[in-house]
Design a protein around this ligand. Sequence first.
Ligand SMILES: *Cc1c(COP(=O)(O)O)cnc(C)c1O
Length: 385
Amino acid sequence: MIPYGRQDISQADIDAVIEVLKSDFLTQGPKVPAFEEAVASYCGARHAIAVNSATSALHLACLALGLGPGDRLWTTPVTFVASANCALYCGASVDFVDIDPRTYNLSPAALEAKLEMAEKEGALPKVVVAVHLCGQPCDMKAISKLADKYAFRVIEDASHAIGGRYDGEPIGSGRYSDITIFSFHPVKIITSAEGGMAVTNDDGFAEKMQLLRSHGITRDPKQMTHESDGPWYYQQVELGFNYRMTELQAALGLSQMARLDDFVACRHELAGRYDELLSTLPVITPWQHPDSYSGLHLYVIRVAGGPARHRRVFELLREQGIGVNLHYIPVHTQPYYQAMGFTAGDFPHAMEYYEEAISLPMFPGLSSQDQDFVVATLAKAMEAS
Ligand SMILES: *Cc1c(COP(=O)(O)O)cnc(C)c1O
């Protein structure tokens, strides 16, 4: 099976992990801060907080932004469920904003229209999660303008987008948002096996996320309510979690950072090759915003002709050993969300996308032969469907 995505592990990555195994610290040692420093400096952000997944990073980001019961978080329906679930962890509610039919990202126009309505109803969101689908940055300038006007906070879910650029700056620079989160799951652009990171320029948000990732416990006298009882002393000042990243994960992530730019360049080469090979087929290839540089986590094509044909093409590809996938089943159609009252028709562009989208294999290490085979098989599948 040719997967849709997979990790690329070098001997240097393996050596970095083995070195940690032989060292004094398997957790809470020097590798986590080193990985954080590498990501923060790559992004040009003041702080980076490593955690055990992007899901945990989203949770901590929401808490740092003060999201709680009675508050609302809005995001796109075309994302992984974690982008929405983070609100529910905080006792807040979730709503969605339909996508832009060209970029598949949250539509700033739909956001503006929904904000106007919400203002009248006194139901504005506290946080909007902008997901850079496939690695292509959202229209952050437009979203940030609306954030100023309607006083909401912005989290960039950049799980697909590390190594990408928006408006000349690295994703994660934080120019147009409060907190950006990354995922290091093996299918993503770089990996730490499991792992995630939150980056921010705000000292207060960073301090809060650092505290909450480790039980809400501090050893910093400045954060304590009274003077230390002695050298053993720590205080729990918040209800936190154990969301810590291990040293093994951080060593792997840090080692992978050295190849981040190569990984993304390689993804661009593959995408360019797909664009060319697919130009004669009746499929919609990904539109790339000319002012941004996508992380290109995913290469999503659209196959028209209705849901039955889409499904048939998908099945034929899988039967031929091509691990195509669909990113994503619109979150509002999940049973858990339907139980909250969402119906499929609420976000029509998201549903149109769902009825046509197919993620083709896209990862460094995908060979030209495999890519040719994917396209040839797709051509046959489309002819047969
Ligand atoms: C992968 C992903 C997540 C969750 O990442 P984990 O590190 O697996 O928790 C969240 N949002 C998006 C858009 C993702 O693709």
